[in-house]
Write a protein that binds this ligand. Structure first.
Ligand code: CO
Length: 170
């Protein structure tokens, strides 16, 4: 499983809801966790590995235990505002400041089909908002502060040049 790198157009697609939590979903989730840990990430959305499924893996503490796979997550409540630096596995080496809600409440299902209500703040809240954005085809550069955007303009352009070089057609 490979993480798609910006500006792969698949990253802009809105993922479809998971209709049934079956063996395939469990296997995908397992592979996504491996991919996330291999890349030293704290979260990964299925859109980032080219799958149109509302599926997220998240392990902010990196403890490799507890609930880490979330199906069809959505935010039901958000409060406050916070600007912090963040990065993304689809933009290796790039980071910038993004305004997010300070805290969020997320509803999601685990792989046993149980409904979960997650109250998140700080880094976990930020990670949730980042991953749910991925499911909606929204990238963190779309929300970066103007100053960070200016600071990263050249790096972003380089991602675009590399992608177009690698995908040139004649
Ligand atoms: Co990301």
């Amino acid at each position: 499983m490979e993480v798609l790198i910006y500006p792969n157009p698949i990253l802009k697609c809105k993922a479809k809801s998971v209709e049934e939590i079956d063996e395939e979903i469990c296997q995908i989730a397992e592979a996504m966790l491996d991919t996330m840990y291999d890349a030293c990430g704290i979260g990964l959305a299925a859109t980032q590995v080219g799958l149109s499924k509302r599926l997220v893996v998240l392990d902010v503490a990196g403890k490799k235990t507890g609930e880490r796979v979330f199906v069809n997550p959505y935010i039901v409540e958000e409060q406050g505002e916070a600007i912090e630096e963040e990065g993304c596995l689809s933009f290796p080496g790039l980071s910038g400041k993004v305004m997010r809600s300070q805290s969020v409440t997320v509803i999601a299902f685990n792989l046993r089909g149980e409904k979960l209500k997650i109250e998140a703040e700080g880094l976990l809240s930020r990670a949730w908002q980042h991953e749910i954005d991925h499911l909606n085809g929204i990238l963190f550069i779309d929300k970066m502060t103007p100053a960070s955007m200016i600071a990263n303009k050249q790096k972003i352009k380089e991602f675009e040049l590399v992608y177009h070089d690698n995908n040139a057609s004649f």
